[in-house]
Design a protein around this ligand. Structure first.
Ligand code: FNR
Length: 180
């Protein structure tokens, strides 16, 4: 039956390589995946004062995460860690205390970077944060797509065979994990 995938793209920029990676995953996703993106670019910074009177934007993303079978995060690395926009939604959905929507969820993490480390540090931080929130994170394959601009052709399309093969393997592993 249908699997609800909530997609978070950690880059807000138009020509984002991570957006291209997310688009590729969406394109090859199994039929039973129903992917809906959680928009994070317009979310106000988490403010604990709003726990008492939550704003619509917070409630929207909390609801989207609560409804998902798995949260798929495709993200760049900013200064060796998780971009602020990604950390923000992790925090928003973890509160109000005792009513966070993360516990018991599944998540999967992909990072891409033009650098040689592929966003490794952000990917590991993200796993650590998710585990602290009670989320099970897909263990393998780990995807830290390094030198990601080299995986683009002249038209800016993601076409590098090794990158695509890794992403295909990731999609298969995630799908198999969602059977349980
Ligand atoms: C970066 N970038 C970067 N890359 C990396 O591999 N490790 C890092 O720590 C950082 N730090 C960093 C901080 C900030 C504020 C920016 C804007 C960028 C470079 C980053 O990988 C590059 O801009 C990617 O293109 C970002 O991914 P998108 O936007 O193309 O998906």
């Amino acid at each position: 039956h249908v699997r609800h995938i909530a997609l978070i793209v950690g880059s807000l920029r138009r020509d984002s390589i991570n957006r291209k990676v997310a688009d590729y995953i969406t394109g090859v996703a199994p039929q039973r995946w129903q992917i809906s993106e959680i928009e994070i670019g317009d979310l106000p910074l988490y403010n604990q004062d709003l726990d008492a009177e939550p704003i619509e934007a917070y409630e929207r993303v909390r609801g989207q995460i609560a409804a998902a079978d798995v949260v798929l995060v495709v993200s760049p690395e900013h200064n060796r860690s998780v971009p602020a926009a990604v950390k923000n939604i992790l925090d928003i959905a973890s509160r109000p205390a005792g009513r966070g929507v993360w516990a018991g969820k599944k998540a999967a993490v992909v990072t891409a970077s033009p650098g040689v480390y592929g966003g490794l540090s952000a990917g590991l931080h993200l796993r650590q944060i998710l585990q602290a929130l009670g989320v099970s994170v897909l263990v393998a394959p780990e995807v830290y797509l390094s030198r990601a601009f080299d995986a683009l052709d002249e038209q800016g399309q993601l076409t590098d065979a090794r990158a695509l093969a890794l992403l295909n393997r990731f999609v298969q592993a995630l799908d198999a994990w969602l059977v349980d």
